[in-house]
Design a protein around this ligand. Sequence first.
Ligand code: URP
Ligand code: ZN
Ligand code: ZN
Length: 456
Amino acid sequence: MNKLLLKGGTLVSARGTKKADVLISGEKIVAVGKHLAADAQEISVSGKLIFPGFIDAHTHFDLEVSDTVTADDFEAGTKSAIAGGVTTVVDFATQNKGETLTDALNNWHMKAFANSSCDYAFHMAISDWREDIKKELPAMFEQGVTSFKVYMIYDAMELSDKAIYELMTELKQYGGIVGCHSENSGIIGKLREEAIARGDTAPVFHPRTRPDYTEAEAINRFLSIAKAADAPCIVVHLSTKAGYEEILRARQNGVKVYVETCPQYLLLDDSVYRNSFDESAKYICSPPLRKPEDNRALWNGLKAGNIDTVSTDHCSFTLEQKRAGESDFTKIPNGMPGVETRAMLMYTYGVKKHRISLPQMCAYLSENPARLYGMYPKKGAIKAGSDADLVVFNPKGNGVISAKNCHSKCGYTPFENVKTLGGIERVYLRGKLVCSDNDIILENSGRFITRGKVKL
Ligand code: URP
Ligand code: ZN
Ligand code: ZN
């Protein structure tokens, strides 16, 4: 068996840092410590930080939406992922109305199989809650799908409060969990209609028709459903201070809620929508970018440990695709790329700005998603027995983000020209070097990961 010894690095975990060597045999870490086996190929990582491979638990690759399909399929999206140090993505297998969950899962397996350069797992997004769907849930667990997403908005996806309650009570039996896209569809739908009727068709009306209280109201309702069902739940892509306050209140009332946010809600604000159509359309996502005070509240939430994960909601469209909404902002496909830039942004603007610690970065990008989504300690840990998914990170590097260096097919990044500190030097996926200094070394060696229950 091929053995590698990463020697002289500083290992990062959610609890702290320590100097230790990592011995890899085949696909697994077999020992962590000093004076390990002599019969291994030695690689000096002196002066480097070693993270457990990052996990992005919120991507949409090869997703059909708004009469188009995301620019990044699994092939491009997972190359983008490994260039960003991401060794596992959890993508959203998405049920179209009329389909069974088995149809949706098979469909996503076909999209990802043999096309993935990082490991991958699936959440199941349910758009059509029926009696026969309820009966399919055990089959999802048997196939390693243990987390589900519901939407409170979007005609193609919206579930009623009753359906969400039924799903939650059902999932409790199996140890599954529901994440929710929380926006009030009634208010937003009407505000959008009124804006278009007035002739307010520019991208700036996207955030104006999705005010912060529409997220807060939906979060409050989702958490009330979780309380009624006495079930754990996840708020995904939290974007507002008002929503964050609802979460803190619900926790005080005994609701077991986990929270995800994304770099765009930490680092960008709605001033970007004042620019030209092309410049604004890049940033059209839902929920929309908010205000600087929302950014600050989310950073404070991370610092205090009240937010559990930072994912990306990578859902990319080219500018040409975005131009479908040139005369009507409601027709702009929603979403932006992010899987490639998250770690650099969180290191530079989180750790180096003292908004979060290095162990917290490891918790939010690796260990917590592994635990929350039933992959720990196979993923998310540098321990004997864990998969040898590792990121060799140079804390001394610096660079500038630019689409020309990114692997996404969407052609731009929301963080163009943003300066970064540190650098992802090497990425190992189950013991194999897959990316080195932004060059993809090994393609399509990703594997489907079956998942168990929440272990946070
Ligand atoms: O605008 C976004 N975020 N699109 C992706 C789908 C979703 O709501 O997560
Ligand atoms: Zn969503
Ligand atoms: Zn999403």
